[in-house]
Ligand binder design. Structure first.
Ligand code: PLP
Length: 417
């Protein structure tokens, strides 16, 4: 089998299993317990937090371990929006892009339906990129109508260059509770210019979250260089188990917890900590960061070779997403005249495993919202396939995959299924 669905999930790395194993067996303490076993668990948790903070370039106290990328995204968007509106009821807008994962898009919809926020969606171009000027225009949207004696939009507003508290009164964007634009898209691999987008939000004192679930392992995760206020990571895309996640929240950004209870994770996320998974995620992050440079170089070259082969050999094949501003690990196409699902099954028969759109949308008859937001015709969007690679992908595997893909598309077109 040739597994080309690494964006859906990855196997757990051996080093990660070894690192987490003690915390599932003899070192099984509860980090809140006041005895040796509990203290050992607490110190493993704090070491894991320090390790992850080292990769993200933040303070350990700015990290919250979660049950995965979905929870981290939910906590960032809902937690920040609810806390900021509680502090000032005029902060009633939430801004996201048109190609967010459902963890963000559906959280925004929840904020709209249940809490009465206005959700504004920033469009993307045909290459799936968000334009920073367009983003800025959406941020500024209703704000000029707002005015009023607004005292700073951000809890650390006084720290922002030239932004001493009252200077923000009626400032553009001051009614935005939170903005969220994903770092790398899960269906077409397009990589956004997060430093430029985050700077637009920061200039207006708006907290900026990014969903870095697909970016982790491939792109720079340093939150200082990115300029983000919150960032979500998921373990299972990196060689840690499914159900392990992490949310970075910059110190000073207020967050309303979504899960209440014993006050773990400094009150931001109650529930006995999953020490083994925190250790696993930190270990996976450390290994993927250490190998990132070499992996990017190796996989980018193979990806481009694969894309070229597919475009040359499969009549009508179209690359989706920006040709170069894309994850090293993702090659995504539409094959007009086929059905993505039929080609997927034909490829599986030939031992090539890939995905039609994202794993979350798989099985649904609706065309991908990401592709339709990019302006791809609905019928063409139904023909999408995504091939995503792990760092260990080989040239031989991709040559075989290109051969089988050309044969599979030819067969599906010939049979008309
Ligand atoms: N965000 C993106 C971009 C994703 O691709 C995924 C999962 O595929 C998630 C969020 C959700 O992460 P998790 O599976 O850890 O809940």
């Amino acid at each position: 089998m040739i597994f080309l669905d690494a964006a859906a999930t990855t196997p757990v790395r051996r080093e990660v299993i070894e690192a987490m194993f003690p915390f599932l067996t003899n070192q099984f303490g509860n980090p809140s317990s006041h005895h040796g076993l509990g203290e050992a668990a607490a110190s493993a948790l704090s070491a894991a937090r320090e390790t992850a903070a080292g990769v993200l370039g933040c303070h350990a106290g700015e990290l919250i371990f979660t049950s995965g990328g979905t929870e981290a995204d939910n906590l960032a968007l809902k937690g920040i929006a609810l806390a900021r509106r509680a502090a000032d009821p005029r902060r009633n807008r939430v801004v996201i892009s048109a190609i967010e994962h459902p963890a963000i898009a559906d959280s925004a919809d929840y904020l709209r339906r249940i809490h009465g926020f206005t959700v504004e969606v920033v469009p993307v171009g045909p290459d799936a990129l968000v334009d920073a000027a367009g983003f800025a225009r959406v941020l500024d949207g209703a704000s000029s109508r707002d005015g009023g004696p607004f005292q700073g939009n951000r809890d650390d507003a006084a720290d922002l260059p030239g932004a001493a508290g009252a200077a923000w009164a009626g400032a553009p964007g001051c009614d935005v509770a939170v903005a969220s634009i994903m770092y790398a898209n899960n269906e077409v691999g397009a990589v956004q210019d997060i430093p430029a987008l985050a700077a637009e939000a920061r200039r207006r004192g708006i907290p900026f979250h990014t969903d870095a679930v697909q970016a982790a392992g491939w792109l720079d995760l340093d939150v200082g260089r990115l300029g983000v206020d919150a960032m979500a990571i998921s373990g299972h895309k990196l060689g840690a188990p499914k159900g392990a996640g992490l949310l970075y929240v910059r110190g000073g950004v207020v967050l309303e917890p979504l899960i209440h209870g014993g006050g773990q994770e400094r009150g931001a996320r109650s529930g006995t900590e999953n020490v083994a998974f925190a250790v696993a995620l930190a270990t996976a992050l450390q290994f993927s960061e250490a190998g990132r440079g070499a992996a990017v170089e190796h996989v980018t070259a193979l990806r481009d070779g694969f894309i070229n082969q597919v475009l040359e050999r499969v009549p009508g094949a179209r690359l989706t997403g920006h040709p170069s501003r894309r994850l090293p690990s993702v090659a995504s196409f539409c094959f007009p005249g086929t059905s993505g699902e039929s080609v997927l099954l034909e490829l599986e028969r030939r031992s090539i495993i890939c995905s039609s759109g994202s794993a979350c949308a798989a099985g649904s008859d609706e065309p991908s919202e990401v592709l339709t937001a990019m302006g791809v015709d609905r019928a063409v969007a139904q023909t999408a396939l995504r091939f995503s690679f792990g760092a260990d992908v080989t040239a031989d595997a991709l040559d075989t995959a290109a051969d089988e893909l050309a044969a599979a598309v030819e067969r599906i077109v010939r049979l008309g299924v």
